[in-house]
Design a protein around this ligand. Structure first.
Ligand SMILES: [Zn+2]
Ligand SMILES: [Zn+2]
Ligand SMILES: [Zn+2]
Length: 147
């Protein structure tokens, strides 16, 4: 799915959930979509400030909370410290996290659609996405013998 479509989908999720699409929210969404990796809230606040000085820290935090509630964004907690945020492209995001050096490897492969559908039927829930995290040791940190 292309970026524009995802952007439109996120805006329409805001609209259908009864939230106003304010200029500030639009700007914050644009900034998030432009940021790479897993930014901290401080990095997001800084990036938003560069786009629009009028959007304050509190308003960025409220918007991040709102986006998390809507499943547009998820917080992750790596390497101690505060939350980092990941956008959910196409409703899923996958990581392998190394417990030793804390590197994060992204992968796209997903075999969970079937499970999601099965859960929706069995648990009568409506699923918007998933954040899948495998943890262990990366190639450099591997504790396996004979390496
Ligand atoms: Zn490692
Ligand atoms: Zn990621
Ligand atoms: Zn997936």
């Amino acid at each position: 799915m292309n970026i524009d479509t995802l952007h439109e989908q996120r805006l329409s999720l805001l609209r259908t959930s009864g939230n106003k699409i304010t200029d500030a929210r639009k700007t914050i969404l644009n900034v998030l979509e432009g940021l790479k990796g897993h930014p901290t809230s401080a990095q997001i606040v800084e990036a938003v400030r560069q786009h629009d000085q009028r959007i304050g820290r509190a308003s960025v935090f409220r918007t991040l909370d709102l986006f998390c509630q809507l499943g547009i964004l998820r917080p992750i907690y790596h390497e101690g410290g505060g939350a980092r945020y990941v956008l959910m492209p196409d409703g899923h995001h996958h990581h392998v996290v190394c417990l030793n050096c804390h590197c994060t490897i992204e992968f796209e492969d997903c075999a969970l659609d079937g499970l999601a559908h099965e859960l929706e039927t069995r648990l009568k829930v409506q699923l918007l996405g998933h954040l899948l995290e495998f943890y262990g040791y990366c190639e450099q940190c591997s504790l396996l013998p004979n390496k």
